[in-house]
Design a protein around this ligand. Structure first.
Ligand code: NDP
Length: 320
């Protein structure tokens, strides 16, 4: 497994061997087959989201049920299951998990897609269908459209009938995003606020989904139509600075929300329904998640380096 003994850059990530424990009441022992790497893992490692030390890393994986603790009735030995979110510790070949955090993986979904994209897929689900309900004909702006969440969410928003403007940080990523966005803006080489105003004939967009954070926050507000919704769901470039609520009035009586997946999967029923909706979107083929890169578990530090350098596209996986 990968553990850290202090916060820091990717050099704090160590590959260690530990004895396996027996599953306790309500727990399941998983033999993990593939592990997702998410941007949040870098916040846990760096200390932006602090952890008690020493700590594992990772919040997402797919695996096979190897042993059942007392009272677990929803799963049986050999079931293929996945989880996304919750306590850290996914960067491991075996893991004990509370059974109520697991979902069954449908036969049509590969271990790699379940492990590498369930968290992003469930995030896209709640962002597009519950944080703000995307409707047919609405113009939306999604930042980092070639990233893990971005690829899934933009494809799904298109399926919901939205007109999707996606931003990206390179020409290579622009070529990828243009396959599923109506308009693509390279925000490194052009002013995305001006481009959005041009595309919308000055009206602005109904909603901005912003997982980039510090670098895009102000510009994102300037892209919104009056009474538009600013959804700040991540900090890839650093946290959003503090701001005066009055700025929302000045820029058009805007709405602001800072959601996280955990609050949209609070109950077992919400978790199962959110995962099922995502798996359904993939099975039907209107969301085609891409595993852009994979690494051996012991090379997890390299995955973190590539994420920070913006060298990744789509989702990122660790092979067990
Ligand atoms: P991505 O694969 O999208 O990687 C992040 C992308 O952000 C980069 O590829 C890059 O794309 C862009 N970016 C812009 N500025 C920077 C910067 N300074 N440093 C690094 N990257 C930058 O990651 P994920 O799909 O894992 O996550 C996307 C966002 O969603 C993250 O902020 C994450 O924390 C958030 N998230 C939030 C959840 C929630 O429930 N609130 C759940 C899941 C994810 P480009 O080069 O095109 O600019």
């Amino acid at each position: 497994m990968i553990r850290i003994h202090s916060h820091g850059n990717s050099s704090v990530m160590q590959f260690e061997t530990h004895a396996l424990a027996e599953p306790q009441k309500g727990e399941v022992l998983l033999q993990q087959t593939a592990i997702g790497v998410n941007y949040i893992d870098t916040y846990h490692r760096s200390g932006l989201y602090p952890l008690a030390m020493p700590s594992g890393l990772g919040v997402e994986a797919c695996g096979v049920v190897e042993a059942l603790g007392e009272g677990v009735t929803e799963f049986k030995l050999g079931d293929r299951v996945a989880y996304a979110g919750g306590a850290v510790g996914a960067y491991a070949s075996y893991r004990l998990m509370p059974a109520d955090k697991l979902v069954l993986v449908p036969a049509k979904i590969s271990d790699e897609i379940a492990a590498g994209t369930l968290l992003r897929g469930m995030t896209a689900q709640y962002l597009l269908k519950r944080t703000f309900r995307v409707h047919v004909g609405q113009v939306i702006l999604f930042h980092a459209a070639a990233g893990g969440v971005g690829q899934i969410a933009c494809q799904w928003a298109r399926e919901l009938g939205a007109i999707v403007i996606g931003t990206v940080g390179s020409d290579e990523k622009a070529a990828i995003a243009s396959q599923y966005c109506d308009h693509v803006i390279n925000y490194k080489t052009s002013n995305f606020v001006e481009r959005v105003r041009e595309i919308t004939a000055g009206k602005g967009v109904a909603v901005v989904y912003d997982g980039v954070g510090a670098d895009t926050f102000e510009g994102s507000l300037d892209c919104l139509a009056p009474r538009g919704m600013m959804v700040s769901f991540g900090n890839a470039s650093g946290p959003v600075p503090a701001f005066e609520p009055a700025i929302l009035a000045q820029k058009g009586s805007l709405f602001f929300t800072r959601p996280t997946l955990g609050h949209y999967t609070l109950t077992r029923a919400e978790l199962v329904a959110t995962a099922a909706d995502y798996f359904h979107a993939v099975s039907r083929g209107f969301v085609k998640p891409v595993i852009g890169q994979s690494y051996a578990l012991k090379d997890a530090a390299k995955a973190h380096q590539d994420l920070a350098l913006r060298n990744t596209q789509g989702s990122t996986l660790l092979r067990v």
